[in-house]
Design a protein around this ligand. Structure first.
Ligand code: ZN
Ligand code: ZN
Length: 342
C-alpha cells in the first residue's frame, strides 16, 4: 500500500510503497482509513521548520492523526467492535505502564505515543490502532466529517476551559479549523460569537458559512471593531487560537474584569503581557491542549448530530496520490480543512 511518510529530518514528505500492517496484536485493530485531515502540525512536519525533533526517533513514520475509517481486522480482546464498523480514532496512545495508567487515570499519562507522530498514522490505506482508541460511529456517517473530531476535540477543550455559557459574548482569535470549531461550539452553547483573523479572507468566509456572521479581517479593520460587531463594551471570554504572541495582550485589552482568556494556540516564542493590568482586572488566563477521553465522547456525539452544519469546514477531498498538492494548498492557506482519502 502507499503511505505518506516522514523519512528524513529535512523539508518534505515521501509517498512510499510499504507493507500492509501485519495481523493486529491483542487489543489492536486494523482500520481501513476513509479520510484523514491535514493538520497545521502536519504542515510543520512537512516544512521541518522546527519543533518536531522528537519525531526523528520514529523515522520512517507514516503521519496523519485526524482520521476515521472502518474496522478491517480485529485482534484478540477488542471488546464489542466488529469488522466493517465505522470508527473515529483518538490519536493519543497511553503507555499503560505509568502510575497514572495503572491507577486508571489514562488522561494523566505522561508517556504517550501519538498515532501519526511516534507510530504509524492515517495517511495510508490501513493502520493498526488500539481498539480502545476507536469510537464507534453510525453506519450512515460521512467519514470525512468524522475526521473533524480531532480538531473539534481541541476546540471543545477550549470551550470547556472557558466555561462558555448561554448569553456570553465570546471573541475567537484565529479562523483556522480550531477557531472555526470553537466558534461553532460556543454558538451551540448559546453564546454570541465574533471571529477575527488576519489576512484570512477564505477561512473567514468559511466561518460565515458555518452560520457565524460576525467576522473581522484585521488586515482592513482594527480589533476593537469586534466590540461593535458584538454590541458590547467588553467580551466575557476571549479564546486565542493563533499562536501569535501579540494576540494575548490584544485579547486581554478587550476582556471584562474577571473575564477568562483561553490560550490554545501553540506559540513559537514567549508571550509578554501587562501583569499589573491583569491583576487589577482579576483576569484569568487558562491553557488547554489535548482533549480528555470524556471530551472525545462528547465531540463524537456532537459531530454525529451536526453533520450538515459541520460540512462547510471541509473544503477539499483529495486522493492520497495528491498528498503533496494538498500539503502545498494547506501551506498556502488555500481552502480550509483538506482531507486525504486513502
Ligand atoms: Zn490535528
Ligand atoms: Zn501512562
Amino acid at each position: 500500500m502507499q503511505a505518506l511518510r516522514k523519512t528524513t529530518p529535512e523539508f518534505g514528505l515521501k509517498l512510499c510503497e510499504v507493507a500492509q500492517p501485519a495481523s493486529p496484536a491483542a487489543g489492536e485493530v486494523i482500520v481501513d482509513v476513509a479520510a484523514a485531515g491535514i493538520c497545521g502540525s502536519d504542515v510543520h512536519i512537512y516544512d521541518w521548520s522546527g519543533g518536531y525533533d522528537f519525531l526523528k526517533k520514529a523515522f520512517p513514520v507514516t503521519i496523519g492523526h485526524e482520521f476515521a475509517g472502518k474496522i478491517a481486522e480485529l485482534g484478540a480482546d477488542v471488546g464489542a467492535l466488529r469488522v466493517g464498523q465505522p470508527v473515529v480514532v483518538i490519536p493519543s496512545v497511553e503507555c499503560g505502564a505509568c502510575a497514572a495508567c495503572v491507577a486508571g487515570r489514562l488522561d494523566e499519562c505522561r508517556d504517550r505515543r501519538g498515532i501519526g507522530m511516534l507510530r504509524d498514522g492515517g495517511f495510508a490505506r490501513y493502520v493498526s490502532v488500539p481498539a480502545m482508541n476507536c469510537l464507534p460511529l453510525p453506519d450512515t456517517m460521512d467519514l470525512g466529517i468524522a475526521a473533524l473530531c480531532e480538531p473539534l476535540s481541541i476546540a471543545m477543550s477550549a470551550i470547556k476551559a472557558a466555561a462558555v455559557a448561554a448569553g456570553d459574548t465570546v471573541l475567537v482569535m484565529g479562523p483556522g479549523t480550531i477557531g472555526q470549531g470553537i466558534g461553532l461550539l460556543a454558538k451551540a452553547r448559546g453564546a454570541k460569537v465574533v471571529v477575527a483573523g488576519y489576512d484570512d479572507e477564505d477561512r473567514l468566509r468559511n466561518v460565515n458559512a458555518l452560520g457565524i456572521d460576525a467576522t473581522l479581517d484585521l488586515k482592513t479593520r482594527p480589533l476593537s471593531d469586534a466590540l461593535t460587531l458584538a454590541g458590547v463594551a467588553e467580551f466575557d471570554i476571549v479564546i486565542e487560537a493563533t499562536g501569535v504572541p501579540s494576540t494575548v495582550q490584544a485579547g486581554l485589552d478587550l476582556l471584562r474584569p474577571s473575564g477568562v482568556l483561553v490560550i490554545c494556540g501553540i506559540h513559537g516564542a514567549p508571550v509578554s503581557f501587562d501583569a499589573a493590568k491583569l491583576v487589577r482586572n482579576r483576569h484569568q488566563i487558562r491553557g488547554t491542549y489535548r482533549a480528555s477521553r470524556a471530551t472525545w465522547g462528547e465531540v463524537r456525539d456532537f459531530v454525529v448530530a451536526h453533520q450538515a452544519e459541520l460540512a462547510p469546514m471541509v473544503t477539499h477531498r483529495l486522493p492520497l496520490t495528491s498528498a503533496i498538492e494538498g500539503f502545498e494548498m494547506a501551506r498556502n492557506k488555500i481552502g480550509s480543512k483538506i482531507l486525504l482519502m486513502p
